[in-house]
Design a protein around this ligand. Structure first.
Ligand code: HEC
Length: 107
């Protein structure tokens, strides 16, 4: 029992002490202000020139940002937008947009 308690306590400690591994949508929202002009405040783009981000899969969104950063996907606007973002920033942004309601067709 003691051992179980120790393991539980340790697990809780490790999980709370490593926020870098979490995909933090609340923090993503905070740093999404510079994206809102084109992609909308909640990721629903006001113009067909800019893709909707709301409700897309978070790993897809993260990968897209990473690819702009690495040059695998080329777009001068987005390359500039992600240039100063860390991987944690991109994960949190992805989590925020993925948590917004998407534009699925209503049946
Ligand atoms: C000045 C306008 C503009 C701003 C500001 C902007 N974007 Fe974009 N974004 C675009 C355009 C245009 C594309 C489509 C580029 C392409 O064809 O690859 C795009 C594409 C994307 C994609 C890929 C979407 C998909 O469906 O593949 C992601 C993810 C993204 N932007 C995230 C962001 C984030 C996060 C920010 C803020 C840090 C941001 N963008 C700021 C114009 C903008």
């Amino acid at each position: 029992m003691r051992r179980l308690l120790a393991i539980t306590a340790l697990t809780a400690l490790v999980c709370s002490a490593s926020p870098a591994f979490a995909w933090d949508a609340a923090r993503g929202k905070q740093i999404s202000e510079s994206c809102a002009a084109c992609h909308g405040p909640d990721g629903k783009s006001p113009s067909p020139e800019f893709p909707h981000l709301a409700g897309q899969h978070e790993k897809y969104l993260y990968r897209a940002m990473l690819d702009y950063k690495l040059g695998n996907r080329q777009n001068p606007i987005m390359a500039a937008m992600v240039a100063n973002l860390s991987r944690a920033d991109m994960r949190d942004l992805a989590a925020f947009y993925a948590s917004q309601e998407g534009l699925y067709l209503k049946r």
